[in-house]
Design a protein around this ligand. Structure first.
Ligand SMILES: NC(=O)c1ccc[n+]([C@@H]2O[C@H](COP(=O)([O-])OP(=O)(O)OC[C@H]3O[C@@H](n4cnc5c(N)ncnc54)[C@H](OP(=O)(O)O)[C@@H]3O)[C@@H](O)[C@H]2O)c1
Length: 486
């Protein structure tokens, strides 16, 4: 189930937010500690979905300033008014806590614990202590300092033997995956914000994303987990294209953002949990030593952006390369053509090996000549200085520098005098979709290829390797184009 916390500061505003929240949530949490002019009877009268009444104390991250007796009094009032749930902290004075629990009648009591600095490893003992203290549902929320802290919560949810219902996840940027997975693997509910800016805790994801992208209210425990490993991961569009494509084919798969600092401990801790990974910066090279096998092209390139689990073995691929080559070959044959590529970084490496492998006559240039020389040696092609570009015959021009990328959209990596009618111009930059380079190339009568084609192709290739199903390409393309233009 999805619960939306209502964090409005007045009763009337809270009622408006309750109406909006009820369209998405299964349950609403009334954070009455946020409300300055609290009218609890009015709030409960207006509910159209079950509510949790929570007067969160300051020591547990809330805003309630009154005494413990006053807090217990509000909870008793919520019971009397017919709230479906109340939340009382495990740290509340034992006598008051027991009194509230004894008088809870038909209202379910959530006994909660919050740790804002870490995820203690002895969390199961804490669960046992809370379980014997009474109440109906145990809530244990901790802070994730690394992605592996989520594993402690997953073990807790899966291993609590259903003695009592449990709500458990990690807060913070590293805890997002437990907010998504906990209701799927057996947790009672997860919290999602009404909208960005209305979160009640760090790392909270908008409820509409939990529902319509991650399908947390529909997926069951038998799911295949995929995800993006990188740092940062928040700007990636992968979670949208893969999750919505899984939904389109009605697959019980989910794609998660794995925000990782140490790829080694991630791969050790999460091995067996995932069926496939996308890999992004800064781990495309480092991941190779942690795999059981690697595709020949990815080995030549020296970078892996896709991991597929085959018979429990991790195998690495590079779909950046195949994605770019597909985009080029949709417009032209590469064999025998003079291709010039500007930029000698990671993307250049993937595309360069691809162009060379298809028989293109490749020249590389970069502002950093040493980098261009080094990459050209690895690939076995030529290099030149950027100011020599006018002397080189070009059938295909490829930009792999970030020049022209949002917000620097008025720049182009080369003067338009280099662009000639009939040339193929491929810009790896995909935001904006039509870069200045592509606009100028179009005006000169060139055939243009936007970077978004490469981006979609690499995602489609990952999807098809993981699922062995034909990807819903049109839907994936529409998602990417809508997201970039938004
Ligand atoms: N379409 C897709 O699927 C896709 C996927 C990933 C990335 N991209 C795009 O590709 C771009 C490059 O990514 P990357 O990972 O390869 O980045 P990278 O490793 O930083 O490589 C960029 C290279 O371009 C060089 N450079 C920068 N400005 C230049 C200029 N004016 N003239 C010549 N060389 C210049 C850089 O040199 P210095 O290091 O000296 O600055 C660097 O060697 C990204 O910015 C992104 O827009 C597209």
């Amino acid at each position: 189930m999805i619960c939306i916390p209502i964090t409005a500061s007045t009763t009337d505003e809270a009622i408006r937010d309750m109406k909006k929240g009820a369209e998405i949530a299964d349950i609403l949490e009334l954070r009455i500690d946020y409300i300055r002019d609290l009218d609890i009877a009015k709030l409960i009268k207006e509910k159209s979905k079950p509510v949790i009444v929570t007067p969160r104390s300051q020591k547990e991250g809330g805003r309630f300033k009154g005494s413990e007796e006053e807090r217990a009094g509000l909870l008793r009032e919520a019971v009397r008014l017919g709230a479906e749930y109340i939340d009382i902290e495990f740290s509340t004075d034992e006598r008051l806590r027991k009194g509230v629990i004894e008088e809870s009648r038909g209202t379910k009591v959530i006994v909660s614990y919050h740790n804002f600095t870490e995820t203690p490893s002895d969390i199961k003992e804490l669960y046992d202590d809370i379980a014997i203290s009474g109440g109906d549902i145990i809530k244990i929320v901790t802070f994730a300092n690394s992605i592996n802290d989520n594993l402690v919560i997953f073990d807790l949810i899966k291993g609590h033997e259903k003695r009592k219902d449990i709500i458990s996840f990690c807060m913070g940027r590293h805890g997002e995956i437990s907010r998504i997975l906990s209701p799927i693997i057996g947790g009672y509910l997860t919290f999602g914000s009404l909208e960005e800016g209305k979160e009640s805790a760090s790392g909270q994801i908008p409820a509409r994303v939990l529902k319509s992208v991650y399908r947390v209210d529909r997926l069951g425990q038998e799911i295949n987990i995929y995800g993006l490993v990188g740092n940062p991961v928040s700007e990636s569009m992968g979670y949208l294209i893969h999750n919505l494509a899984f939904a389109e084919l009605d697959l019980d798969n989910i794609y998660l953002p794995f925000l990782v600092e140490d790829i080694n401990s991630f791969m050790t801790g999460f091995k067996g949990l995932f069926k496939g990974l996308s890999v992004t910066m800064p781990f495309k090279e480092e991941v190779i030593d942690l795999l059981d096998g690697i595709d020949k092209k990815a080995e030549d390139i020296g970078a892996v952006n896709t991991v597929v689990v085959k018979d429990d073995k991790l195998v690495g691929y590079n779909t950046d390369c195949s994605g770019a080559i597909m985009a080029l070959e949709d417009r032209t044959e590469i064999k025998g053509k003079n291709a010039v590529m500007i930029g000698a970084g990671g993307v250049a490496r993937a595309i360069g090996f691809g162009v060379k492998g298809r028989g293109g006559i490749l020249t590389i240039t970069d502002i950093d000549t040493d980098k261009a020389i080094s990459l050209s040696k690895d690939i076995g092609c030529k290099y030149c200085n950027p100011d020599e570009l006018g002397n080189i015959s070009m059938d295909i021009f490829i930009n792999t520098t970030p020049v022209g990328m949002y917000p620097d959209v008025d720049r182009s990596p080369v003067p338009d005098s280099l662009l000639k009618e009939g040339m193929i111009v491929f810009d790896a930059v995909y935001n904006p979709i039509k870069t200045r380079l592509l606009k100028e190339a179009e005006a000169k009568g060139c055939i243009t290829i936007p970077g978004v084609e490469m981006f979609i192709n690499q995602g489609v290739a990952q999807f098809e390797m993981w699922t062995k199903r034909e990807a819903p390409v049109d839907i994936m393309r529409e998602i990417v184009l809508n997201k970039i233009s938004a």
